[in-house]
Design a protein around this ligand. Structure first.
Ligand SMILES: NC(=O)c1ccc[n+]([C@@H]2O[C@H](COP(=O)([O-])OP(=O)(O)OC[C@H]3O[C@@H](n4cnc5c(N)ncnc54)[C@H](OP(=O)(O)O)[C@@H]3O)[C@@H](O)[C@H]2O)c1
Length: 268
């Protein structure tokens, strides 16, 4: 199997490096193409994959093609590469808001996987949701899944509506966690802790809580009850959050991202 990544920006490079570090592909079977001279210069110092500056030298050879350019560049990309594609190739899009139908029509192909990655893919802890056109076989989909999993974990969703929904949970989700972290950091600084100590207090608290959650079958609600004793400090904090409706506000925020993803898809 030969894989080509088109677009060597944040996401394209993250997936290329994930695949390169896995045992799935050797160097000769992983190709990367970008049109930016600056990006190509940087890539030339990386030895994990073959770098191309001409699409005609790499696309015809590829079995799986990752599309990792910004959504607003997709029309230009489609017209550039359409004459070089073939019907056996599988196109895996990382582009937010670009539908399977648009890719099939733009490229004149049938086999398309649409995915929604998230930022922690950069450290091998990403989660990618994906769905595919019916022309992608089970075996092909399994192969794509293995490629996506090189950056963390993946989940197959029923249809593209769930790709937009997962944008609201996992795609935009890291920013919600950072929002919570920032709030706790600001509280720690206000209480008089140094920058360094505030960072340690907050990051270890997040890491430890996630680890506890992952190593058990308990729900977050059960863990909250374990930390909070009646009349205690944690109960005071949780009561304050409940009184201020924080949980409902976070759900509203996730829906705002979901709705925006749907809207952006329509605009495209
Ligand atoms: N970053 C995230 O956290 C995230 C999360 C979810 C989904 N995504 C999706 O991932 C995709 C890539 O995002 P990104 O942040 O990695 O973008 P990026 O950093 O801008 O990288 C895209 C790269 O593709 C190049 N490019 C543009 N048009 C091209 C073409 N026709 N042929 C070859 N190369 C081309 C760009 O060059 P120029 O700079 O010269 O244009 C740039 O080097 C987007 O569609 C985005 O929706 C990103």
């Amino acid at each position: 199997m030969k894989v080509l990544v088109i677009g060597a920006g944040n996401m394209g490079l993250t997936y290329a490096e994930g695949m390169a570090k896995s045992s799935m592909l050797n160097r000769r079977n992983l190709m990367i193409f970008d049109k930016s001279a600056e990006v190509l210069t940087t890539l030339s110092s990386i030895d994990h994959f073959d770098v191309f500056d001409k699409i005609e030298d790499c696309l015809p050879e590829a079995d799986v093609v990752f599309l990792a350019v910004k959504p607003y560049h997709c029309d230009d990309l489609f017209s550039e590469i359409k004459p070089l594609v073939n019907q056996e190739q599988i196109f895996v899009s990382l582009m937010a808001g670009i539908t399977i139908n648009k890719i099939q029509h733009g490229l004149g192909v049938k086999k398309v996987v649409r995915s929604m990655p998230n930022l922690p893919a950069q450290v091998g802890k990403g989660v990618t949701s994906y769905t595919a056109s019916e022309e992608v076989s089970r075996v092909e989909l399994l192969m794509v899944r293995n490629l996506l999993d090189t950056t963390g974990e993946s989940i197959k969703v029923k249809n593209e509506n769930f790709i937009d929904a997962s944008t609201g949970i996992s795609g935009s989700g890291p920013a919600y966690v950072f929002y919570f972290m920032q709030s706790m950091l600001e509280a720690a600084l206000k209480m008089g802790f140094s920058q360094h100590d505030s960072k340690v207090l907050v990051s270890q608290t997040f890491e430890g809580a996630v680890e506890l959650f992952n190593q058990s079958d308990l729900s977050p609600n059960t863990w909250m009850e374990r930390v909070a004793s009646k009349g205690g400090t944690t109960r005071a904090a949780l009561d304050s959050m409940e009184d201020n409706n924080v949980k409902e506000l976070i759900k509203d925020a996730a829906y705002a991202a979901f709705d925006r993803a749907v809207e952006l898809g329509k605009e495209e």
